[in-house]
Design a protein around this ligand. Structure first.
Ligand SMILES: [Zn+2]
Length: 426
């Protein structure tokens, strides 16, 4: 890691994320923050004595935001190949959950530790500056201590038994006193409407609102979830609940859609980042707009688990605040948000154009995690979090956003800077 406390970085293009790309762009970084942005000529005229690092034909771009992931599961495919040699791939969403539970049962803390460290390293290498990371192994939260990533670390919770959830809540309350998570804010992830009792879900949302703690919830992900909430039927009732001994906790049919259900439990407040939203109806989208909710889409995960396609165009046109997440490597093949943008561009078939996807991966993600004052774009006063992309072929100024969704950007990253400090050896 090299520290340049006061330095001007120049390149063929500077893409700030808050204004059109600047040709022959320059970024002045001072003490880890952005001091100025402009053309090379402007900045060198203003600060002739400051050290200059020139990246010539490259692009200077903000670090990206992975608004939803589970970095502790980064080694999933390795674990899966060890545990499940003879078995075929999961056929559906509930098959996948059951397999995940079985694999997790066989793991010890050291395996999770290595996997989480691997996930942090892969995220940094992919040009990610902030994450909304879900952690079920709460004792590992101190692994973020010396990590340059920002964002939120959401401690996962789920449960039905009133006595057990009481103890879980006490554990969370104690963990939230902790200050060992590096640069990440600690929050809570009540997993989903089908894995927490109504009372526990209400309790968590009420606690988060009172204490001003951020949280995040998987919502409207699969048709199974809809069937569970509306009718108390389907594979979640018939297969998941018996598998984990929850038969006696199957609720009465709520006859509600997921967003209505969440609203009834007090879960619609801007500090609760919703994730997936694949099954949302037009009426539910209107409620999300009215309640100013952010939603992280995870298209590669949704495609891999075959749960459907989020109504991305409708969400965007309605004005829902959107972000992007990779989800975990249990349902996705990389932790790169560049890869997610490229897939989303194809998968949503033009419903989200390239500049919109870039916005979701930067400012949208930063807003979803409540860190927009510091990250999400290159603007004076913000943290100097940026990456250098060096395309292998010429990119004209009007091709920059097409290049961003071309699925080659991850490989073109030559350097990343967190707080003005380079992370790769050059
Ligand atoms: Zn997830």
């Amino acid at each position: 890691m090299v520290t340049n406390l006061n330095c001007i970085y120049t390149a063929k293009y500077l893409v700030s994320g808050s204004a059109p790309p600047i040709e022959d762009g320059a970024l002045h970084v001072h003490a880890g923050r952005i001091a100025a942005i402009g053309t090379r000529k402007e900045l060198l005229n203003d600060q002739p004595s400051v050290k200059v690092v020139d990246f010539s034909d490259a692009l200077i771009v903000p670090l990206l935001v992975n608004a939803h992931t589970h970095l502790e599961l980064t080694d999933y495919s390795y674990w899966e190949s060890n545990v499940m040699e003879e078995e075929s791939s999961p056929k559906n969403f509930v098959d996948w959950i059951l397999r995940l539970i079985r694999i997790k049962k066989n793991l010890d803390e050291e395996q999770y530790r290595l996997s989480l460290l691997n996930g942090i390293a892969q995220s940094i290498a992919a040009g990610t500056g902030a994450v909304g990371d879900i952690l079920s192994q709460q004792g590992l939260r101190n692994l973020y201590q010396n990590c340059p990533l920002s964002g939120s670390l959401f401690l996962e919770t789920l449960g039905q038994d009133p006595a057990l959830v009481h103890r879980l809540k006490d554990g969370l309350t104690e963990a939230l006193q902790d200050e060992t998570t590096g640069l990440l804010n600690l929050g809570i992830s009540p997993h989903s409407p089908y894995t927490l009792s109504k009372d526990y879900l209400q309790d968590i949302y009420s606690y988060c609102q009172k204490q001003n703690i951020r949280c995040t919830t998987h919502i409207a992900e699969s048709p199974d979830e809809i069937e569970f909430l509306e009718q108390s039927q389907g594979d979640l009732v018939n297969r998941l609940y018996p598998y984990i001994g929850w038969e006696k906790y199957v609720p009465q049919p709520s006859r509600m859609r997921p967003v209505e259900y969440l609203q009834q439990q007090g879960g619609l407040f801007p500090g609760n980042l919703l994730v997936h939203g694949v099954q949302l109806s037009a009426a539910e989208i209107e409620i999300l707009v009215a309640t100013k909710m952010s939603l992280a889409l995870c298209p590669r995960s949704n495609a891999s688990l075959d749960v459907g396609k989020a109504p991305a165009g409708q969400l965007h046109r309605a004005g829902v605040k959107l972000a992007l997440g990779t989800d975990s490597l249990a349902s996705c093949d990389s932790l790169s948000i560049w890869d997610e943008m490229a897939f989303a561009h194809r998968w949503f078939e033009g419903e989200l154009d390239a500049p919109t996807l870039f916005n979701m991966a930067t400012q949208g993600g930063a807003e979803a995690l409540g860190i927009e004052k510091d990250l999400g774009s290159l603007q004076v006063g913000k943290i100097a979090g940026f990456q250098i992309l060096r395309p292998k072929t010429t990119v004209a100024v009007n091709q920059i956003f097409d290049y961003f969704v071309s699925s080659i950007c991850t490989d073109d990253i030559v350097q990343v800077y967190h707080h003005g400090q380079s992370q790769f050896h050059s």
